[in-house]
Design a protein around this ligand. Sequence first.
Ligand code: EPU
Length: 417
Amino acid sequence: MDRIIIEGGRVLNGEVRIGGAKNAALPILASALLTDGWNTFSNVPNLMDVESINRLLVHLGASVESTPGTVRINAAGLNNSEAPYDLVRKMRASILVLGPLVARLKRARVSLPGGCAIGARPINIHLKALSEMGAVLELKGGYVEATAETLRGKELFLDLPTVTGTENIMMAAALAEGETIIRNAAREPEVVALAGTLKQMGSLITGAGTSVITIQGVSSLSPVSVSIIPDRIETGTFMVAAALTRGDVLLKGCEPGHQNALIDKLTMAGAKIQTEEGAIRICGGDVVESVDVKTLPYPGFPTDMQAQFMVLMSVANGLSVISETIFEDRFIHVGELRRMGADITVSGNTAAIKGVPMLSGAPVMATDLRASASLVLAGLVAKGKTEINRVYHLDRGYERLEEKFARLGAFIKRVKG
Ligand code: EPU
């Protein structure tokens, strides 16, 4: 298993190019199942999760061709309605094939993803919506089995604005009979990106980016060429790294409009941020001020940036409070950060962070994707050597993170094997 070794204390300076968004790529690649013929997706990040969804699409009968940055998918051969446990357990976003399979094949057998390191993560809202649209669902042997002779558009209310739930329903509704209205829909940019793709395929869909999305079902959709939007969490991770090391970093190929919540908090913490179309420049302040944060659905502060922001608060001037309201168990990084000298106390979904003058390097263990990113950030600012194990978590969602940090001046390297 690969490890990442960091000698902390370098100031980050220079330019970095942001890649395509993992969480936009996954539903968009799955949406190719709704069409016959070759779809071409560009700006696709080279990540383990992307490989996993491609492997699943091939398993379902689609043809997939990948070259660096581009994935072509043709689902004309779609003939298998089963997403097996072995593929789903590697990546819970595999659940994104449920909506397209029910819409195209009128049936699906998809392994239930189960919980993961950050929470129980049920899919009851996805299932309730499909059932209201006419699918008959059964849970058997760890699988959800769905059949739907006819999927009918319906007015749906989501208990929570689930991101992949909204995406699954949009894809099912695109080929359903009649009109579907999703109330309390997720408003994340990745939902908007999927809606844009579906629209280009010929779907009649309005309201994406607001909490009410309306989809008029059509009988068939056409293949498309789509470029994946920039990854706002990769962007945010580099922004925090610049603030943390008191660096001066220019991020290119990103979308500043997706970063309002983070820009606000980083500015309060003392960083100087300038934006222009497709670029963000961030200079760290001399002192990191403490700032309270509460994670919320978009456009609130993203849960996927909580662990990284906590590292910044670990070296802030004073006490900050971070509340995690999206996932019930997303403080697993705290134990490792404490081993690096952070002063953090957790009570329920709230962490109180008392800034310390300095973190110190230590061997640490990555436990999930964003927790791993936070350990890299901690290593960048810590005194001495940090060794991060189980880097495969990081590789699920960040493309060549260590190379990008090294080009900005960090002393960081990957040790293979
Ligand atoms: N929830 C339910 N029932 C459902 C669906 C969700 O109770 O049927 C709950 C979840 O347990 C959670 C909350 O609703 O407490 C929000 O979950 P959501 O469904 O929105 O999350 P997701 O769609 O499974 C996506 C991202 C996550 C990101 C969350 C929140 C993808 C592939 N994943 O997950 O990304 O944290 O939205 O923004 O888009 C990551 O990239 O590291 C990651 C975990």
